[in-house]
Design a protein around this ligand. Sequence first.
Ligand code: CP
Length: 306
Amino acid sequence: MRHLIDIRDLAQKEILALLDRAGDIMEHPADYREACRYKKLATLFFEPSTRTRLSFEAAMMELGGGVLGFSEAASSSASKGESVADTVRVVGCYADIIAMRHPKEGAPLAAALHSSVPIINAGDGGHNHPTQTLTDLFTIRRELGSLNNFTIGLCGDLKFGRTVHSLIAALTRCEGVRFVCISPEELRLPGYVRRELLERSGADFTEVRGLEEVMPELDVLYMTRVQRERFFNEEDYLRLKDSYILTPAKLASARAGMRILHPLPRVNEIDTAIDADPRAAYFRQALGGKFVRMALILKLLEEAGK
Ligand code: CP
């Protein structure tokens, strides 16, 4: 049974094929309207979500399939103490594929060990978010024309930001990507990401505190929210939450062709005045998420022989 728990579960050529297929779905949606007829996707979300859950559900609907699931642990039998393993064993009786978000790192992997249907990790704690990474890659390739030879600034909460960890894992497999990691000292990348992904791959990377000093070098600026829900105390969050606020004035030194991405939700790290700037790609990014999830559902169901 093929699952997607970590973006590295996919070979690079599989990722490129998924992005191609997502592009084809975007161009020719009518060709896919019946592709998952009579199939069901279960969305098991033990943690809040807007984009990931709704784009998965829209994806399955646009493929002609059905959706079921829950959007918070409190409305599932997890609140009575049911394990993730038992939950997916049972949901596998009702659905052909499962997208799961969980606050505990590793929960989707544990689920996959007990599941009779494909499990997609829709975000596990501060660890990984592989379908956001497919979305990010789709956006970068559409906006820049290539996944190779560019400089990306990753800015904000690099410690708890699971989208950043998965994106680094994917981009270290591309050619000539330079990483500029921009964060306060307390929110630097976890050691395992730095060592096992950046250093081991021989990637060109730097860690800096200031955004403005590196702005002119960037082809992509990937902004992230400070992840309040992962902090151990509110005081630290309040001290760090406004570390970076991107304003039109700060963009003055950016390249004309630079693109601003954000996995969203945004709190206040990007001034809304930037939304109208053609370089702001984050809402286009959110749209792309639906098409990559359509492509992923199709791939995993095909491989499961469903
Ligand atoms: N990017 C993302 O995961 O957004 P949601 O938390 O709204 O799903």
